[in-house]
Design a protein around this ligand. Structure first.
Ligand SMILES: [Zn+2]
Length: 310
């Protein structure tokens, strides 16, 4: 028997066939071509499920269930994607649609939640029950696993840790509030902080990069070369990130926090700064419930494996 996971992204519909040990047997992906009626996208999703199963040499008769990870707000109880702006989806009953085609149970969750579950069943957090995944990208994505299951709250609208407060009346956030963690610790925020340092420190080697080419690596590269202004950017950014992680530790005391996204390529250089801050600042300090802080392992496969495990 096998399960199918669908990761519905803005640039890719990725489908994976997974065995009982959460091993990926086959994958198939197609572009979503978002500016279409949702029924067409959903039909393509179904076709991709059939293609992935055929690639694995399996018949849908041996499939136990299908899981869908979708962007935006996804109501796991009703199986409806409430809003997914980048797909132009509003109140889409995706689970019912796929159930009608395959006559199998179809589960739904948000893509960030699926990625967290994927890491917990088959990635860096395998064997852990209480795990939080934080993805540092344009914004901050987050998924919370408690007792091995996704926690998302009423209408599956919770676990939006990026939109918890770091600074009252602080920087504007995409959600309309000011001072969210995301506005200080996302990759977008790091790029803003790097550009501000360029303006303030014309002597810095940061200024060798044109402002429009600054990315999440620029400040780290200059800091490793010993540039003082860049070191200040990196250390301040690490404190913003770690302050939010400390809030997560104090609220949930997970066994493990995983970090995903391009900034995590900095590896131990960044992680050691974060661990140091969390140890000194969490409730109980060194005697507190300090989680392991590691980099996520599965990349894009996390969403597929998590969807299959819903
Ligand atoms: Zn926000």
């Amino acid at each position: 028997m096998f399960r199918v996971g669908i990761d519905l992204g803005g640039t890719n519909i990725a489908v994976g066939v997974v065995d009982e040990n959460n091993k990926m047997l086959a994958k198939h992906s197609v572009p979503p071509l978002a500016a279409r009626p949702w029924q067409q996208v959903a039909t393509d999703m179904g076709d991709a499920v059939a293609s992935a199963s055929a690639k694995a040499g399996l018949s849908m008769a041996d499939c136990l269930q299908i899981g869908v990870g979708a962007p935006g707000t996804c109501n796991s109880r009703t199986g409806v994607v409430s809003h997914a702006y980048n797909l132009g989806w509003d109140q889409v009953p995706i689970c019912q649609f796929l159930q009608d085609r395959f006559h199998l149970p179809v589960k739904l969750s948000n893509d960030a939640n699926c990625a967290a579950l994927g890491e917990a069943v088959a990635g860096a957090a395998m064997g852990y029950q209480d795990v939080v995944l934080i993805t540092l990208g344009t914004g901050i994505g987050s998924g919370i696993i408690i007792d091995g299951k996704i926690y998302a709250g009423m209408h599956s609208a919770g676990a939006e840790l990026g939109h918890t407060l770091l600074v009252l009346d602080g920087e504007a956030c995409t959600c309309g509030r000011r001072g969210c963690w995301e506005a200080y610790a996302s990759a977008t925020a790091l790029i803003r902080q790097t550009r501000q340092a360029q303006s303030a420190h014309p002597e810095s080697i940061l200024c060798q990069t044109p402002p429009e080419q600054v990315n999440g690596r620029t400040a780290f590269d200059a800091a490793k070369a010993g540039d003082q202004a860049a070191l200040a950017v990196v250390h301040t950014y690490a404190r913003y990130l770690a302050a939010g992680l400390t809030n997560v530790v104090n609220a949930l005391a997970p066994e493990m926090i995983l970090l995903g996204g391009g900034i995590c390529n900095q590896g131990e250089y960044l992680l050691s700064l974060l661990r140091d801050y969390v140890e000194k600042n969490c409730f109980g300090q060194k005697e507190g419930a300090i989680p392991e802080i590691r980099v996520a392992q599965l990349g894009n496969d996390a969403g597929i494996l998590g969807a299959a495990a819903l």
